[in-house]
Each structure stands twice: as structure tokens, then as C-alpha cells.
Unconditional design. Sequence first.
Length: 91
Amino acid sequence: MTDRAAQLLKDLQEVQEERGDKVLRLINRGDGFEPGFDERCDGDQVAQSGETDVLLVAADVSGFLGDATIDCMDTPGGPRLTLTAKGEPSA
């Protein structure tokens, strides 16, 4: 995860403070990934921005991701997270 993506997720986390201890989780839906808020579980890989947890990834999902990079790009609709596998163009 790039620093820019981690900062975007931290900003989103701060906006969603009413969710308490819940953090954004990357969920595998078979044909792709989608975000959802969840609590931290044993075995999760945890991305942080500073000392703030910003993304949870379960071990089975991290196996699908391999060496992919989560980044942030500017779009006319605002910032957007991208997931790019090594050697692939950003999506």
C-alpha cells in the first residue's frame, strides 16, 4: 500500500468515527474485491497510517493479492483507490 492510499483510508476512517473499532476490510467476492467495515481479527494483515489501522486483509484474501499494490489516483469524481498486480497497469 502506498502512503497516499494509506492517508486516504485514514481520512475515510476519521469521517466514519461512529463505526467505533471497525476498520475498512478488503473482501473477496469471487469475481473481485470490495470494501466493507469490520473489526480486526486474529491473522489479519493490517495496513496502518501512522498508528491508525486503515485496512484489514484476511490471510485467505492476501493470498489472492500476492504482491499487488493499493494506490490512490485522482479522478474527476475525487480520489479513487486502485489495485495493481505487479506488471499490470493501474485499474
